[in-house]
Design a protein around this ligand. Structure first.
Ligand code: TGC
Length: 388
């Protein structure tokens, strides 16, 4: 696969295990072979290339960090590296892997019965069944404690009413994990999307993440058998446990987008001449490139530290917030700085930078905004809760 300037300068592989490098290179080869050649066009045409799903599943990326049930059982670091290499091509495809593995499959894996796991997970790992994760609602995403979607016990059934918004993959999904308020707090349900009363509609008009699908979901008296509930999730810690997984993937993924922008800027700085010499020979350009590289390297080292903590079982939620906040914020800064080096051409699809920048605006907001993560870290530091 294509090399990154960072391979030599930073040499992340020098501090990885052989199996981790193998996962990273497999993901890089896949993303650059199958996604890179079509992504600018797909982004332009707002096309989610679902034909790639079986190929991605074949690579073992879906639910790869889960053990058993047809999943690869890889380490958190390996999963993170796959996120990085995928997002180095496009955030939309890393989001696909996250929605499947970190959210929908994780919810079943963590909180489902053996029957639910045995039925859904092997099919999802093969990409034969697609899942989505419905937590966020139209009135806002930051405060799920105040969700309006309800699930009511009626005889032996659950009846769900409400709406969800910004739900990745919902129009294609075979099942939706829907979080709803019950008499006993927030509970999660496996909702087959062909259940009467379930309706998903793709959100149009996006200027970001255009090669992926985000949707509205309407739930109108969606009636489910009693065993549709995820028994292991009681209260908000259920969905938050899955968000932790997705936020973890973003910590690595956003650095992939940053690397792609940095590569584009470095390569261009050597070719593009102004005032009779390459722009990379100007001190101001070199200062920009050096500062971008610093933040990239720091971000990846932080991701690796967090990944090692996750594999050791010592990762805490404030640390996840530190990583998500840092990675996306710095990746966006790197994308913006890279664009200045590319000049006017930087706003076109000739370079991936503007697409990454636009995508990262979504990544900055979903799975907890900057402000939410600042306040999670602030709460951990002070013991004082700014949310209530
Ligand atoms: P708080 O009182 O802090 O906590 C309530 C319960 O949850 C537990 N908890 C966590 N558990 C595991 N992991 C975490 N990260 C957790 N954070 C909190 C907590 O221990 C407590 O448990 P228990 O058993 O004592 O009840 O809750 P709060 O209401 O004060 O909220 C705190 C806040 C603001 C941090 C939280 O609401 C939050 O993180 N908000 C942001 C939500 C968010 O990230 N939403 C974006 C979701 S993205 C999406 O829905 C689309 S899916 C992606 C796609 O399809 O593309």
């Amino acid at each position: 696969p294509e090399v990154s300037v960072m391979d030599e300068v930073f040499d992340l592989h020098a501090i990885l295990q052989p199996d981790e490098i193998e996962w990273a290179m497999k993901a890089r080869t896949f993303a650059q072979t199958h996604i890179r050649p079509v992504i600018e066009d797909d982004f332009d045409k707002k096309y989610f290339r679902k034909e790639l799903i079986p190929l991605i599943a074949e690579q073992g990326f879906l639910g790869m960090h889960l053990k058993g049930y047809g999943c690869a059982g890889a380490s958190a670091v390996s999963y993170g590296l796959v996120c990085l290499e995928t997002e180095a091509v496009d955030s939309g495809w890393r989001t696909f892997i996250s929605v499947m593995g970190s959210l929908a499959m994780s919810a079943i894996y963590k909180y489902g019965t053996e029957e639910q796991k045995n039925y859904w997970l092997p099919q999802m790992a093969k990409g034969e069944k697609l899942g989505c994760f419905g937590l966020t609602e139209p009135q806002g995403g930051s405060d799920p404690a105040n969700m309006l979607t309800t699930a009511t016990k009626v005889g032996d059934t659950w009846v769900i009413n409400g709406a969800k918004r910004w739900i990745g993959l919902a129009t294609l999904a075979d099942l939706a994990i829907i979080w709803a308020m019950t008499d006993e707090g927030v509970r999660g349900f496996i909702v087959p999307t062909d259940t009467p009363g379930f309706k998903a509609t793709a959100i149009d008009g996006k200027l970001s993440m255009r090669a992926s699908i985000q949707c509205e979901i309407e739930l109108d008296n969606v009636t489910l058998p009693a065993d549709a509930i995820l028994p292991g999730a009681k209260g908000l810690s259920g969905p938050f446990g899955c968000l932790n997984e997705a936020r973890y993937g973003i910590i690595w993924g956003a650095m992939g987008a940053a690397r792609a922008c940095l590569d584009a800027a470095i390569n261009r700085s050597k070719d593009r001449e102004v005032f009779g010499k390459p722009i990379g020979s100007f001190q101001l350009t070199q200062a920009k490139l050096a500062d971008m590289t610093l933040e990239y390297e720091k971000g990846v080292l932080l991701a690796l530290h967090i990944g090692r903590q996750k594999d050791a079982g010592t990762l805490n939620i404030a640390q996840i917030s530190v990583g998500k906040l840092n990675s996306v914020r710095e990746a966006l800064k790197i994308a913006r700085e890279a664009r200045t080096i590319l000049g006017g051409d930087g706003i076109t699809g000739e370079f991936p930078v503007m697409r990454h920048m636009a995508n990262l605006e979504s990544v900055r907001t979903y799975e907890g905004t900057d402000e939410i993560h600042q306040l999670v870290v602030g709460r951990a530091l002070t013991g004082l809760n700014a949310f209530s």
